[in-house]
Design a protein around this ligand. Structure first.
Ligand SMILES: Nc1ncnc2c1ncn2[C@@H]1O[C@H](COP(=O)(O)OP(=O)(O)O)[C@@H](O)[C@H]1O
Ligand SMILES: [Mg+2]
Length: 450
């Protein structure tokens, strides 16, 4: 007897019931599938639409789906960047074809049909891309280093909350643009374990070892496919995760000791962590028995220092580096306009309505899926800088905007939801210039410049 479909979700979207759960995911029709770039995976993963948003559906066993669903819930509560869980669909059956055989005719099959794998449904992370879709032709060393750096930050954040990943790789990560850098999100939590008491050094090293091996394999794979810029060493790229990880980890956790008359070093440590994008939730401060020395060690650190400040001042919820960039502009604005004693919140509101929003609103509707507003703003600032450098004088924002929209933004691919081509392999048309000896810059697709 077939069981009934069970849906596990914290808030059930009735639209979930309308998806074709009695059909194997591989056979979902074109009208149920949304075509987006996707990383390499063990299970079948396809994208679909649900109540106006895009979801990812992964077919796996009921136990694995449930475990990953629970884990993604825990990670979200711990405020680490990961995909948002939507539901687990279990008890799926494909009905037996009309008038077909008898009970128990084939293994796992009965008169009512064939059991199908469970499905884990997650929300598609808007404006995110798998690493292979970030560039068209070759991965350049600089892009590779930024991807690895972003992954290192993610790994530090995961380890910081006691999460052992077990399968750290570029394929299990999604990347969003973050003001010239990338922000990494965990997409595959299947092998993860949460340890209440935190991770041991051995566990962290084990994850780093996995990361190195996987990254090296992934980069070599690109190399084998001719998609790695000449001269880039896969092992060197993979090793980059170690240095990035260790330098951030020690900045967050190292004990520091100094003489009591150097107490400014406490403030300095806090500021150093703030600059790295972290807030100290708890710091242990100990004085030596003779009272001459002090040692400090951050105990609880939370990522998102700039994000939180920007959110508090403006209500904008953006990535960490974007927030840093926007806050710099806000601070410059304050220096230009504010009178002594003017309230920070009021100036922030003025900046939002007089500077940020006009830029975002100036973007024509048909170009708004290209980039997130905060990333557009960051790029407009960059563009202003380049234009001003070129002319040796400040260029008015209106002129910068027109030039940015026509010369830069219009030529980018949509990143909100990159629709089509009608296959599931990404084959983005490569923008090439007509003549081979044209300026090199003009030949390079923007994705190779990320
Ligand atoms: N919520 C999501 N948003 C965007 N892409 C996703 C999402 N879930 C899965 N993917 C894509 O599907 C790929 C495979 O998913 P993953 O969970 O790693 O599957 P597997 O467990 O089989 O390795 C990922 O690399 C990613 O590109
Ligand atoms: Mg995976």
């Amino acid at each position: 007897m077939s069981e009934s479909l069970t849906i596990t979700a914290s808030s059930v979207d009735p639209g979930l019931l309308t998806l074709p759960w009695t059909t194997p995911l591989a056979d979902w029709s074109g009208s149920d599938i949304v075509y987006l770039p996707k990383g390499i995976s063990r299970h079948l993963v396809r994208f679909s639409a649900l109540s106006g948003r895009v979801i990812a559906v992964k077919e796996t066993t009921a136990e694995m789906a449930r475990r990953e669903y629970d884990m993604l819930g825990n990670l979200a509560r711990l405020d680490v960047p990961c995909v948002e869980r939507v539901a687990v669909i279990a008890g799926r059956w494909a009905p037996a074809p009309e008038g077909s055989g008898q009970r128990g005719e084939r293994r796992g099959e009965d008169a009512d049909g064939t059991p199908l794998p469970a499905a884990l449904v997650t929300a598609h992370l808007k404006f995110s891309l798998p690493y292979r879709a970030l560039f068209t032709q070759v991965l350049r060393p600089n892009t590779a280093a930024r991807l690895v750096d972003a992954l290192a930050v993610l790994l530090v954040r995961l380890h910081n909350v006691g999460f052992f990943w077990g399968d750290v790789s570029l394929s299990n990560t999604l990347f969003r643009r973050d003001a010239g850098a990338f922000a990494a999100y965990l997409v595959d939590a299947e092998t993860g374990e949460l340890h209440d008491g935190g991770l041991t050094r051995g566990q962290r090293e084990h994850d780093l070892d996995i990361a190195r091996t996987n990254i090296a394999g992934e980069i070599m794979d690109l190399e084998a496919g001719g998609r790695l810029e000449g001269g880039v060493d896969a092992l060197q790229v993979a090793d980059g995760i170690l240095s990035s990880y260790y330098s951030l980890w020690s900045a967050l956790t190292d004990q520091e000791s100094f003489s009591v008359d150097e107490s400014w070093r406490i403030t300095e440590r806090v500021q150093r962590l703030n600059a790295l994008g972290f807030d100290i939730g708890e710091m242990s401060i100990q004085t030596a028995p003779d009272g001459t020395r002090v040692s400090i060690q951050p105990k609880v650190v939370d990522a998102g220092h700039h994000q939180r400040r920007l959110l508090r001042l403006t209500g904008l919820d953006v990535e960490e580096n974007q927030a840093r960039r926007l806050l710099n502009d806000l601070d410059e604005f304050r220096a230009r306009v504010s009178r002594i004693g003017s309230d920070e919140d009021m100036v922030a509101h003025e900046w939002l309505t007089r500077v940020f929003e006009p830029v975002v609103k100036a973007i024509p509707f048909d170009l708004r899926a290209k980039l997130e507003p905060a990333e557009v703003f960051h790029q407009v600032l960059e563009h202003r800088w380049y234009m001003s450098q070129g002319r040796g004088r400040a260029v008015p924002l209106a002129e910068v905007l027109t030039s940015y929209i026509d010369d830069v933004l219009r030529h980018r691919r949509d990143e909100a939801t990159v629709m089509g081509p009608p296959t599931e392999t990404m084959s983005i048309p490569v923008v090439r210039s007509a003549s081979d000896d044209e300026d090199e810059d003009e030949q390079i697709d923007w994705r190779d410049l990320v």
